[in-house]
Design a protein around this ligand. Sequence first.
Ligand SMILES: [Zn+2]
Length: 324
Amino acid sequence: MNMKLSIQNILALVAVCVVVSLGVVSLASCSDPNVETLGKDAIGNDITVLKECAEASNVVVSVNQWESLVKDVLGQCANVKTIAGSDVDPHDYELKPSDIADLDNADLVVVNGAGYDEWAVKALEGNQHAAVLNVAELLSQNQYMNTQDPTKLEIDNPHLWYSVEAINILVSNLAGEASKLQGAVKAVTQRMVETSQKVSGVQNALASESASLRDKKYAATESVADYLASTLGLVDLTPAEYKNASANESEPSIASIDAFEKLLTANEVDFLILNTQEASSQTDRLVKAAESAGVKVVDVTETLPEGQDDLLNYIKSTAEKFVG
Ligand SMILES: [Zn+2]
């Protein structure tokens, strides 16, 4: 993480009583209550920073999982609109005309990438106006995912909001984008630092939980929470054939479901991770097998469920289900 660098970069962009807002340069008076003087530069000019944004930018988030972080960091500096909410499957969402209008009007768009919300990525092709933060690309550029060729995306599992690394990288980049749109805004920097501290808190909680969970085994009806499971030190024993079919959204073979069921009845795993938003007669069968064998079933979701609007709290409470 180059958090320190990001903060320095933002402070370096601080102008002398000049506020750049959405491309319009306006002169803000140094007595403006929204302008704070940080000190003097080498030639004696005041170094100032806006406390809050002069005007909110239009920010669109493709899927609801990333919404809370955007709001946490950008605060009043953004009018946030989210395209795919908790009640739709983002894998095969179809844009409505109003979504396209929102994307056209956006100053900044946050997408998951890695093929997850391709409908948003495609709609942005040719959009010269909006800045785009693509979480998968940010990870790839920063080589978090051990890519051989950093220009090539090799992220097989797109459920990146369960990855603390992905969360951290979005949080730090949001502040940088805000400073390009708004000029340096002290409140955004402060909120970025606070959000990063909150992420560290979650990271510490996961690390202490992993002490008791390390090397326990699981199988999952979908790869949704694999990044979280890996952070907790859990070992994935989901039958490969079943896993491939579910990743490609195709029907798993009877043989692979039988193999999955056997794993549960033979008590070879400690947990069955169930995506409750994609329950079916097959997953019901697996849950029954798990329950009769005493394998703990841990419910997870793809999108943040209704009533849960904070990704970090959601991750923390999901992780607690493995321990409790
Ligand atoms: Zn999914």
